[in-house]
Ligand binder design. Structure first.
Ligand SMILES: C[S@@+](CC[C@H](N)C(=O)[O-])C[C@H]1O[C@@H](n2cnc3c(N)ncnc32)[C@H](O)[C@@H]1O
Length: 395
């Protein structure tokens, strides 16, 4: 039989030096659950273990992005991804009524590598924006981003600005790569056609466990009922990502927001194959579906229902400028021209670029699961990222 101490022992088997942290997180979460009468929503749990300023995975420096970390993202594979986004920015820049006002705003910049590579590319093309703003919620990652620029590209420090709130009247381009999947989600369980409950976190003999909470209320209930899901189905609703989209949409004055993440349009998202939802956790490049393992030491994510993001954007007054797979978006922005270009100064470099292109575009790698959604305001132009394919009718 498992006991509280046994769960701590299991935590103890993780990397030396980190067990104390995970024990601490576990105790904090247990206290919180007890304080709330034995149950908290999954969104609250996810917020605590990922984003609590005191002990969250992202806030405390436990997040480790890269080959020697927990997971890898497109910007960490090399500069090909950034080259494509820079090309997209240059096209947008040409169509703005006041290009002098153009900025780039990047949400959740992680290590800062994407910002650095985009700026390097735009500098080469004489297209530097007036400002490259970063809105990052993790104090630890802000330090890491600042150190990257101080140590390897101090010439860009006068262009970079770290902001705490979404700036008003954004003109230019907004980027959010793998940011929405880290935002807390609510979970639900369909018991039968009459009863749909919120699924949260409770304690079973002191261990974190899935527990049913109160019946769903509107608007969650209406949303789930509409889907006609069978009894037993469990899934997620990403309200925080929707609120974020609405705030961003309201702040966009002229230009395009590019949202890149793994996910599906709603009809595919709530597919019978995903009857247990889309929660995925990452620890040292291994994935699991147990968000109660190693609290505070592993990343927890949920896939994106892109239909809900598009709806939140439309409600806030922006248009859908395009939706497609990451592969289509990068090909539309010329990724396939990069290998034989002057960037590939040697055959070694050409091989390296080809490796990146394959990772980013092949269907069994990141090419199809990752999607790109573009929201625009006062920008009545097509985008080269969607020149190959635009499947927004599937949203
Ligand atoms: C999975 S990492 C991706 C990092 C980076 N974009 C990349 O592609 O390598 C998620 C990033 O989003 C940040 N983040 C999470 N929630 C956020 C929010 N609400 N606003 C801004 N950044 C956020 C995290 O601190 C982290 O930098």
């Amino acid at each position: 039989m498992y006991t509280e101490n046994m769960q701590l022992l299991q935590v103890n088997q993780t990397r030396a030096g980190q067990e104390t942290h995970s024990e601490h997180v576990l105790r904090q979460v247990r206290d919180l659950i007890r304080e709330y009468g034995g149950w908290i929503g999954f969104d609250r749990y996810m917020h605590e273990v990922l984003h609590s300023p005191e002990y969250g995975y992202y806030s405390t420096g436990k997040v480790n992005i890269g080959t020697d970390g927990d997971f890898i993202t497109a910007p960490m594979m090399g500069n090909v991804f950034a080259e494509c986004l820079a090309r997209q920015y240059m096209e947008i820049l040409e169509n703005l009524t006041c290009p002098d006002l153009a900025v780039i705003l990047e949400f959740g910049a992680g290590t800062g590598q994407l910002a650095l590579d985009i700026l390097t590319c735009l500098d080469r093309e004489s297209g530097l924006p007036g400002r490259y703003m970063i809105l990052e919620t993790s104090g630890h990652l802000i330090e890491r981003q600042r150190a990257l620029f101080e140590n390897s590209a101090s010439e860009f420090l006068s262009t970079i600005e770290w902001v705490q709130d979404i700036p008003r009247d954004i003109t230019g381009m907004v980027i959010a790569n793998e940011v929405l999947d880290a935002m807390p989600v609510k979970r639900f369980r369909v018991k039968n056609s009459q009863s749909i409950v919120e699924l949260g976190v409770g304690l079973d003999q002191g261990l974190l466990s899935w527990e049913e909470g109160p019946p769903l209320e509107t608007p969650m209930l209406a949303r789930v009922r509409e889907l006609g899901l069978p009894a037993g189905y469990q899934g997620e609703l990403g309200f925080q990502a929707e609120y974020w989209t609405a705030s961003l949409a309201e702040a966009l004055e002229e230009g395009v927001a590019i949202i890149i993440d793994y996910g599906f349009p709603r009809r595919e998202y709530f597919h019978p194959e995903r009857s247990d939802g889309t929660i995925m956790c990452h620890y040292r490049h291994e994935s699991n579906m147990d968000p109660f393992l190693r609290p505070g030491l592993q990343d927890i994510t949920a896939h994106i229902d892109f239909t809900s993001i598009a709806e939140a954007g439309r409600l806030a007054g922006v248009e859908i400028a395009g939706f497609c797979s990451q592969a289509s978006f990068l090909i539309g922005n010329g990724i396939l021209d990069l290998a034989p270009s002057e960037l590939a100064a040697s055959s070694q470099k050409m091989l390296e670029i080809t490796r990146q292109i394959k990772k980013l575009t092949l269907p069994h790698e990141m090419g199809e699961l990752f999607k790109v959604l573009a929201l625009s305001r006062n920008y009545p132009h097509s985008l080269c990222g969607f020149s190959l394919k635009d499947i927004q009718d599937r949203l």
